[in-house]
Design a binder for this molecule. Sequence first.
Ligand SMILES: C[S@@+](CC[C@H](N)C(=O)[O-])C[C@H]1O[C@@H](n2cnc3c(N)ncnc32)[C@H](O)[C@@H]1O
Length: 248
Amino acid sequence: MAAHDQAASRAFPGPDFHAVLRWIHEALNPAVYVEIGVLSGCSLALVQPLTLAIGIDPCPHEDGRWPAASRIFALTSNEFFSRHDLHHIVGDRGVDLALIDGLHLFEQVFEDLCHLERYMAPGGLIAVHDTIPLNRETSSRLRTTEFYTGDVWKILPWLRQYRPELDVVTVTTAPGGLTLIRGLNPQFEHPRLRDRTAGFVALGFEYFEQHREEFLRTISNQRASVEAFCQNTPVQSMDSNGAVIPSR
Ligand SMILES: C[S@@+](CC[C@H](N)C(=O)[O-])C[C@H]1O[C@@H](n2cnc3c(N)ncnc32)[C@H](O)[C@@H]1O
């Protein structure tokens, strides 16, 4: 195992991201799941037997193992949402669960979140992978390492500042944490916030180190905690110093 993977396993002990995603699927049993960034289908394969799974990725692996009830679109997420109305593919009710794990740059994660929120079903949940950076090198905007979270983490301070009404927690799971977002509003007017992202692009890793307790609200990497959040029941969350935050 490479050094960065070992460091991530030490930082986030317990079940990994795919195990946590499986708990979420089992807890929610979503009718419709959308995944941005499918690669070879390891995360898409975790869907429940009756879930309609939509995968979006410009380069899905040709030998990927795709679930029976799935449709793969070989497009970037921006291309997909400019060409398709997701309601025409999944129906009017919309999306129950979505995963953002595509291009690991903050501004693209912001776009993916905006696109998906328009289609979320009542009570729907969006998960974002790789939101806890390991170090400066693996969270830089220019990728130089195999292990890589990019600057996805900047979506956390952005959400804290501009969408405080959303319920946002991050599961401390390797390799890079998994953020869960609830309380989404398909009618939310994103365009007025698009020009408020530039300042976040410029933030460096030191901002995360110095300010993480202001925006990083974690829940433990345990099935009961993840299920409680999915089922909208109280779950104990912590700030980055481990201090308990009262549930809302
Ligand atoms: C980390 S991998 C996804 C891993 C997968 N979710 C899993 O857990 O097995 C990231 C994927 O995002 C895809 N990707 C890159 N840019 C993208 C974009 N603009 N829109 C959608 N997917 C993108 C890549 O082709 C790659 O397959």
